[in-house]
Write a protein that binds this ligand. Structure first.
Ligand code: SF4
Length: 755
């Protein structure tokens, strides 16, 4: 709509049009930023008629918060799960107040912005919270100085009407100064937050002018991440104390006008603590609640406490939306760090982000000790795009790439809805039985010539090794471990390891032989697509012939590891010298063609986004449609703690629990009718996580895994062995039967029948 059409439209029509546009762009998702608010100084040069934030030195004590005071607030926020440290302050108080100038001189700072840069760096380094500097109208050099330490920056445009009474005596509130700041931020590729004030004496046309200016700047530079529409409320002790508050309908009109005028990719925010009935703002087109703090008050509006997060969720859900936490830098910018983030900030943002560029929503990490959030059971509800995809699934439609990505976007109650459908499909496919297999992992060497950047397991030659001792088991060692496993009831050994420089393909043949001589009845589940491809290559032998020779000496099935993410764009960063997507698929196609069966794994949550997960699921599903050789799907959440690429600041902290649970559920949905078994990795998900996964489509708990070196090398804390009683403890609260299985999902009737 044009400004003229907006001015002429009745309010209900405007609200409907804005809400419909918002629904098309952001669907059911409404974001908020868990933050702490840090008022670095209450002194400011300007004297705005509506503001209680600015105070003279006589009312502030020290002109600035000290580093210790700032850190105390930031640490309490970090402990409460916040991601953002919002610094709000006014422009250049040192130009007006000698006390400020003196404090800066005594502490060695050239200016307030100079101190702000140092404090942002301190908070970032000491707490990991991502600073957002809201320091008013700044010069280009000041914006540039903040860019390496502040993930995003902001300044309210407020109004472009130069005659407003409330801005008399405020040299930084001239339209030219503020527009110049907005433009300078755009030229420097700074993710930027701005906004307008409503009800300070401006007209509707004035607001449209300001919004049009923001929209033009956003289109020129792409840097405007969100626009805040903030309603005026009179405050005691200000020049505007006797003025009327902004009428609720004016605020709603302005929110709707903003949605219709701004580019659709610009997020729209209204503060929930400044409206009595903040749920109505959703009907006007907002998609973001801004920063809400579980720790600090809103220092600009201290008389208006933020709603508790539970209340925010309740109101958001009552209006049919789902709440999702975000970082101070919005996903569009977090996912394009090369353009929008200073190199120093990229690892910090990555460490706090999820696969969609939003904020991690709980302390849980794969293989870590923090308990997972309880996402199930919950009141399932899915409207919007997720609901549409689920309806299609229930009517028998196969999901494609777009549908899978949509399912991975589920938040809040939608997660339970996706899990519910997956659970239903699981029941129809394999019933209620939960299975497990008694197995032992044997990782015969951790010496590897490959350089997978996520791998904490492999070691170089001893002289170069910085991460522990390299080892190579002898065939006798391997045989002894197999006998031990057989003697305690294992039915399977899982063999995989590094690609030792001295191995030729005959090594794997010798290993199989040694295993079968030690325990003729044991099932040999061994050798990744990389190992067999490399083994055949080193012998110069066709892969099919080589696999037949392995079968002849006892190889029974192949594990699906070395798949990581079957999307070559991602593999180029994760594991550039390993088999590529086509080679992995070809190795399994060949194995299936000669009668070997195998499984599908995915290692997810390091660097990639949901579209790559979708491609992985679809590529393996297509091969299954062709060969029918896959027995199960095994999602393996990335364990980040000791992974080289995480330690270098180039990976996330693995998937969030929501993502890990959705991988199970979406896997069940995507493989419905193709792959009957979905396994949950208790090593990586933990016992409570595994229990939730069993309610989200999984039907198998995997192996007892006597010795599980690879996840533990990456930092996983969960124990290295489960037994039947431990599996029973996972399953019993769900009222589901537990049965021991063979590798190929036959049943183990008793200790004597193990093959
Ligand atoms: S993942 Fe496997 S191939 Fe890659 S470096 Fe580690 S041990 Fe070697």
């Amino acid at each position: 709509m044009t400004p003229a059409e907006i001015l002429a439209a009745p309010l209900p029509d405007l609200l409907d049009a804005a809400a419909a546009l918002r629904d098309r762009v952001t669907g059911t998702r409404v974001t908020w930023s868990p933050k702490v608010f840090i008022p670095l100084t209450h002194l400011r040069r300007d004297r705005c008629g509506y503001c209680t934030f600015a105070r003279p030195p006589a009312r502030t004590g020290s002109p600035y918060l000290s580093p210790d005071q700032v850190l105390a607030v930031a640490r309490s926020g970090a402990g409460a799960g916040c991601h953002e440290a919002l610094f709000t302050l006014g422009e250049r108080p040192e130009d007006r107040y000698p006390a400020a100038r003196q404090w800066l001189d005594e502490t060695g700072y050239a200016s307030t912005v100079d101190y702000l840069v140092a404090i942002c760096r301190l908070v970032l380094t000491e707490t990991g919270l991502l600073p957002h500097a809201n320091a008013g109208a700044l010069h280009p050099d000041e914006l540039a100085a903040l860019r390496p330490v502040s993930a995003s920056q902001g300044m309210m445009l407020e109004s472009l009407n130069p005659t407003l009474d409330c801005h008399r005596g405020s040299p930084d509130k001239t339209p030219q100064r503020r527009l110049a700041t907005l433009e300078a931020a755009g030229r420097q590729s700074i993710p930027f937050t701005t906004g307008i004030l409503v009800g300070i004496g401006e007209s509707r046309s004035d607001r449209l002018d300001a919004l049009a200016a923001i929209a033009a700047s956003a289109r020129r530079h792409g840097h405007v991440q969100e626009v805040i529409v903030q309603n005026f409320l009179p405050k005691p002790g200000t020049a505007m104390w006797s003025a009327s508050a902004c009428p609720a309908d004016e605020e709603l009109w302005t929110v709707a006008a903003a949605r219709l005028l701004l580019p659709p990719e610009v997020r729209l925010q209204a503060p929930p603590n400044l409206s009595e009935d903040f749920g109505r703002l959703l009907a006007a087109g907002i998609d973001d609640w801004g920063g809400v703090s579980p720790v600090t008050p809103d220092h600009v509006n201290p008389e208006r406490p933020w709603p508790a997060v539970d209340r925010l969720r309740e109101v958001t859900e009552a209006a049919g939306f789902e709440l999702a936490p975000r970082l101070t830098v919005h996903p569009r910018f977090a996912l394009a760090p090369g353009r929008w983030l200073d190199p120093a900030l990229r690892p910090r943002v990555l460490a706090r982000a999820d696969a969609e560029g939003l904020a991690r929503d709980a302390a849980w990490t794969a293989g870590g000790e923090a308990a997972p959030p309880r996402l199930l059971p919950d009141s399932p509800r899915a409207t919007g795009a997720v609901g549409e995809v689920l309806a299609g699934v229930l009517s028998g439609e196969e999901v494609g790439e777009a549908e899978i990505v949509t399912l991975f976007s589920a938040r809040g109650r939608e997660v339970a809805a996706v899990a519910g459908v997956a659970d239903d499909l699981r029941r129809r496919a394999v019933g209620d039985v939960v299975t497990w297999v008694a197995n032992r992992n044997i990782n015969y060497t951790n010496i590897c010539t490959f350089k997978c950047r996520f791998c904490a397991f492999s070691k170089g030659p001893l002289s170069l090794n910085l991460r522990g001792a390299p080892y190579l088991l002898t065939l006798d060692d391997i045989a002894a471990r197999v006998r031990e496993a057989w003697d305690v009831g294992a039915t399977e050994v899982c063999l995989q390891g590094g690609i030792h420089p001295s191995f030729d393909g005959d090594y794997y043949i010798d290993v199989c032989r040694a295993v079968k001589e030690a325990a003729p009845g044991i099932h040999v589940h061994g050798f990744t697509a990389l190992e067999v491809t490399e083994g055949a290559r080193r012998l110069g032998e066709p892969l099919a012939d080589y696999l037949r020779r392995l079968m002849d000496v006892g190889l029974a099935t192949l594990p699906g590891t070395a798949a990581e993410i079957l999307d070559d764009e991602v593999r180029a960063l994760l594991c550039p010298d390993k088999v590529d997507t086509g080679e992995w698929l070809e190795a399994h196609r060949t194995a299936h063609s000669i009668g070997l069966r195998s499984n599908i794994t995915i290692m997810f949550g390091a660097i990639e986004q949901p579209v790559s997960w979708a491609r992985h699921l679809l590529r393996t599903r297509a091969l299954q449609a062709e060969t029918g050789g896959f027995t199960e799907f095994v999602p393996l959440p990335f364990v980040h703690m000791a992974a080289p690429m995480y330690l270098q600041g180039k990976a996330r902290q693995g998937p969030t629990f929501r993502e890990a649970l959705l991988m199970v559920a979406v896997g069940r949905i995507a493989f419905s009718g193709f792959v009957p078994n979905i396994q949950v990795s208790w090593v990586k998900m933990g016992v409570e996580g595994a229990r939730q996964a069993l309610q989200a489509g999984a039907n198998d708990l995997g192996g007892t895994l006597i010795d599980e070196n690879i996840s533990r090398a990456a930092g996983a804390a969960h124990g290295q062995r489960m037994d039947e009683a431990a599996f029973r403890a996972v399953v019993e609260p769900l009222g589901r039967p537990l049965e021991q299985r063979t590798t190929l999902y036959g049943r183990v009737a008793g200790p004597a029948v193990r093959s």
